[in-house]
Design a protein around this ligand. Sequence first.
Ligand code: NCD
Length: 347
Amino acid sequence: MTIESNRKQIDKKNDALSLNQWNHHNVLDLDDFSHTEIVTVLSLAERMREILDRRIPRVPALRGYTIVNLFFEPSTRTRASFELAGKMLGADVISVSASTSSIQKGESLIDTVRTLRAMRADAIIMRHEMAGAPYLAASHTDASIINAGDGAHAHPTQALLDLYTMKRHVGDLKNKKVVMVGDIAHSRVARSDLWGLSKMGAHVVLCGPPTLLPRGLGVSERPEHAKNALPSVQIETDIDKALRDAHVVMALRLQSERQENGLLPSLREYAENYQVTSTRLIKAQPDYLLMHPGPKNEGIEIASDVARGDRSIIEEQVTNGVAVRMALLYLLSGRVESTQISEGNAP
Ligand code: NCD
């Protein structure tokens, strides 16, 4: 199916889009998103993508809305993506970097967030090395908190942009085989993708060396109390088996900043056994899609020719990230009207 016909399908669905289904003041993870809410975001992202493709990609939909980027960890694309998304919709966007803020003087996260809200921040985009930090922030402010990555826990906006990018190419994700290869145990992207993909009915395969796969993920291995902790997935340590008939292959970076020592014999051995290469990809569907959330380490988790090859949609992921974040900011602002959407004049 072509992107054009997929887009027409999404547009058709826009007519039936119900914003009564949107119940979020914060975006902390995808585990509390319904299928309909995900579809709402993806449909609106398609509208935003049209704005993004205009010669002058600017609309005043969020004029007077204030967004603060609060990043405690390095970031290139997520941070720039949110900043541009806000600006394209006419919002005021500022970035506070933890290394130059009063956090260095011992100010607590709660005080920082409350201070930003006192200056009338409407939305705070937060990246933090501690899992759960955005949840703590959200419980101490009425500004909208968007989780831009918390430790190894969640990265919901990356997952939404991944879903949107896949959907543009393959249409309905139901029963599509999506294989994630790499450091699953430390990847917040994998965890949020897992929730999103399962809600869309995809068949998810997680592949990596045993030391980089979270323990107890297979449903049969889970203790009773953890049966519903994560959706069910296929776990595979053999990459050649995992890639067989895959519609989508996503390579993930080794998250060395979050790894303890001794998980891998050597980088060379890891690359030999788990690098996504053109030889291995012969087993995937002929029109497979190759994705990576970035930043990538070519020559380790992914071969350079594959990363830049004609099945790669890595750069499109980055573009779509802006559109998805525009959609989320617009939904969180509460300015969106269901009639506006269905009449096709939003924003
Ligand atoms: C990811 C992240 O920071 O979690 N990158 C991103 O946001 N696009 C993945 C990574 O760091 O490997």
